[in-house]
Design a protein around this ligand. Structure first.
Ligand code: CO
Length: 504
């Protein structure tokens, strides 16, 4: 007699025992269909801290499909801003798309009229796309407060200015004549908390080519009537040129230096020009290429006016830095390293990517000895991470704690599902996890007003909740990673990029 052993029932598509479900992850890719104004929210769990006073601004792609056509990469989606205003234990939500020229035209047409940098093509194949090199400024990467403006940032073009309260788009801003039409303006400003007195916003613009020029700019973030300075005013700038095609998404600052990492990357524009690929898909690791640290002296620092220092950097690819700081012997920078440049080819669907085939981001510390021209690298964590930050008061300075989005499992590449606090002095770590059905975007650390401890405050985490197909905002205690409150937002927001906290 033989017994028939049934084959194990297949799990839901994409299930990998113990790991996330692919459908939960993929359910975040959708269009935002509503714009809400000042909607009061209540905590689904816990209580909103009464001393959390200010506004969390988030930016990210909110429109991923038009007329049945999907963007090739979510980074090509139109910028949508969400504001969560906290006041005395109450919170209100407002969201608006940035009314860019491209967004308005495509809304009216009901289809894509522009190609996207990450490979989205207009309908009609290469013939319809060849030689159309118009950029659609999609304003989808970051959002920061500067003076009386809220700036929606996208690194390849000028910022869009919005009303900080209503989020209505005022239009492209040239920042009182600082920029010319079409100038690139980074989506990664760094906020100097007051290294030389008053706090500043430090940022840059890149003109890339066979030789690339970096324009470093420092802006006042507070009015100083005694000095005749207004918030938003340009305080200093310099331009430096370097050999090679510069691909600079982020940078880091110390009191004396602006630290750039020029990845060993090559740009072959031909498939872009001929309509086969998006511009960013034409970036490739350069075999045998040498990455470089470019250190540009800040005008407020000891080395003002001196030429930049250039030092060979380790292999690998970096989008984001955690922080940088100085001691007597070195400039130290912590960055998230990938073993290769991750890109999505023209034939691939981003919703079907295989996480196991993509390199994971790993936190590394590089100690740059400027006198010797050498770099020593130390791995700080083995867990796949992205979107790391320090307490904003430690920006550019030695620090003890970092908060970052991480994968649920200890090694290997996966979607980001948890938030980790890393203690760089003791090596201790605390993790809060949204797994198995939640997926996190960038955490923002907010210090408690008047706090003296570096880890006293909160971490605000946008979470895609796959169980209810909606977005949550989770408030964690920064010191312990204990959950303080969960807000179920009346919005389903696709995975976002960057955000910032504006203290009331
Ligand atoms: Co970024």
């Amino acid at each position: 007699m033989t017994a028939t052993v049934p084959a194990p029932a297949p799990g839901p598509a994409g299930t990998d025992a113990g790991r996330f479900q692919r459908d939960d992850w993929g359910s975040a890719f959708r269009n935002v269909g509503v714009e809400l104004s000042e909607v009061p929210l209540t905590a689904a769990r816990g209580a909103i801290p009464a001393d959390l006073q200010g506004t969390l601004y988030r930016n990210g792609p909110g429109r991923l499909e038009r007329g049945g056509h999907w963007v090739h990469h979510p980074f090509d989606g139109d910028g949508m801003i969400t504001a969560l205003r906290f006041d005395g234990g109450q919170v209100c939500l407002t969201n608006r798309f940035v009314r860019t020229e491209g967004y308005l035209a495509e809304e009216q047409a009901g289809r894509f009229l522009y190609r996207g940098v990450f490979g989205t093509q207009k309908p009609g194949g290469p013939l319809a796309n060849a030689f159309d090199l118009r950029l659609k400024n999609i304003a989808n990467t970051h959002v920061v407060r500067l003076g009386d403006q809220l700036l929606a940032l996208w690194e390849a073009a000028e910022p869009h200015a919005l009303d900080p309260d209503t989020l209505e788009t005022r239009g492209i801003s040239l920042l009182d004549g600082v920029l010319r039409k079409g100038d690139a303006f980074s989506a990664h400003p760094r906020f100097d908390p007051g290294h030389h007195g008053a706090p500043r916003m430090v940022t840059f613009g890149v003109k890339a080519g066979p030789r690339s020029t970096v324009r470093l700019m420092e802006f006042a973030v507070e009015d100083d009537p005694a000095a005749g300075v207004k918030a938003g005013q340009l305080l200093s700038e310099r331009r430096d040129s370097f050999n090679g095609f510069a691909f600079l998404h982020d940078f880091a600052i110390t009191p004396n230096w602006a630290v750039f990492l020029q990845n060993a990357i090559a740009f072959n524009p031909l498939p872009y020009v001929t309509g086969h690929k998006g511009a960013a898909q034409c970036l490739q690791s350069k075999p045998g290429g040498q990455a470089k640290f470019w250190l540009i002296p800040r005008d407020s620092g000891t080395f003002a006016g001196q030429p930049p220092r250039i030092v060979d950097a380790p292999d690998g690819f970096v989008f984001h830095h955690l922080n940088a700081w100085e001691d007597e012997a070195a400039v130290v920078v912590e960055s998230i390293y990938y073993s290769d440049f991750p890109s999505i080819g023209p034939e691939q669907d981003f919703r079907a990517i295989d996480f196991d085939l993509l390199p994971e981001g790993l936190l590394e510390q590089c100690r740059i000895d400027l006198d010797a021209g050498t770099v020593r690298t130390t791995r700080l964590s083995e867990r796949c991470c992205e979107f790391a930050m320090v307490n904003p008061a430690r920006e550019g300075l030695p620090f003890r704690y970092a908060w970052m989005a991480v994968a649920e499992r200890e090694t290997g590449n996966d979607p980001l599902q948890a938030i980790k606090k890393l203690d760089l002095e003791q090596g201790e770590r605390h993790v809060w996890s949204a797994a198995p059905r939640g997926f996190v975007s960038e955490p923002v650390m907010v210090p408690r007003p008047g706090a003296s401890a570096e880890d006293d405050g909160w971490v605000l985490v946008p979470v895609w909740n796959g169980a209810r197909c909606g977005s949550d905002l989770v408030i964690l205690e920064a010191a312990t990673m204990a959950e303080q409150a969960v807000l179920e937002l009346p919005l389903a927001i696709p995975y976002g990029l960057h955000g910032s906290w504006d203290q009331a």
